[in-house]
Design a binder for this molecule. Structure first.
Ligand code: ZN
Length: 172
């Protein structure tokens, strides 16, 4: 169990595509899952927000994300997650990221997606998710593909530092 340092925007590892997990019971994979869980819980306790984290954010270049939905609908790792279907319907939101906690980016995400993933035992699951869960999974799955939300900006002016965002956009 360990709370790990979160890599910040500019760290080269955040731009790298991560490797597929094949040895689910390996110490490396099991430790990564525990560390993601602990690091996410620590971030949430300190910042009062935070629903998901991806392995590259703690320096582990594997396709593992960890999700904690505040409504209790999901709490656990998703390994080798893949978006297998997405709706044409999209919606826009201000996105943030543990790797650039003071920057918000306006992004567009599919409203509904279908995702396949493995749990920590290697068993395969398939889920259809919408809205807040959908945009969260798109954000975290982007991470394991080496894509950050800054690359998803809907326009060149779709950025705000958190203090300015609170002044100008929070209630809009
Ligand atoms: Zn992120």
């Amino acid at each position: 169990m360990a709370v790990r340092e979160i890599l910040k925007l500019g760290h080269p590892l955040l731009w790298k595509k991560c490797a597929i997990v094949t040895e689910f019971s390996s110490q490396e994979v099991q430790k990564a899952i525990t560390d993601l869980k602990d690091t996410l819980a620590d971030f949430r306790a300190k910042n009062n927000f935070g629903r998901g984290i991806a392995a590259p954010q703690i320096g582990v270049p594997l396709r593992i994300i960890y999700i904690h939905m505040p409504d209790g609908s999901f709490d656990g790792p998703m390994i080798n997650p893949v978006i297998v279907a997405e709706s044409k319907d999209t919606f826009e939101l201000w996105d943030d990221c543990f790797s650039f906690p003071d920057l918000l980016v306006r992004v567009s995400r599919a409203k509904t997606i279908t995702v396949t993933y493995c749990d920590e035992t290697g068993a395969i699951h398939r889920v259809e998710v919408q809205n807040a869960f959908s945009e969260l999974l798109q954000h975290e799955i982007d991470h394991v593909n080496g894509i950050l939300a800054v690359q998803r900006a809907v326009s060149p002016d779709a950025f705000a530092l958190r203090k300015e965002w609170e002044k100008f956009y929070k209630n809009s």
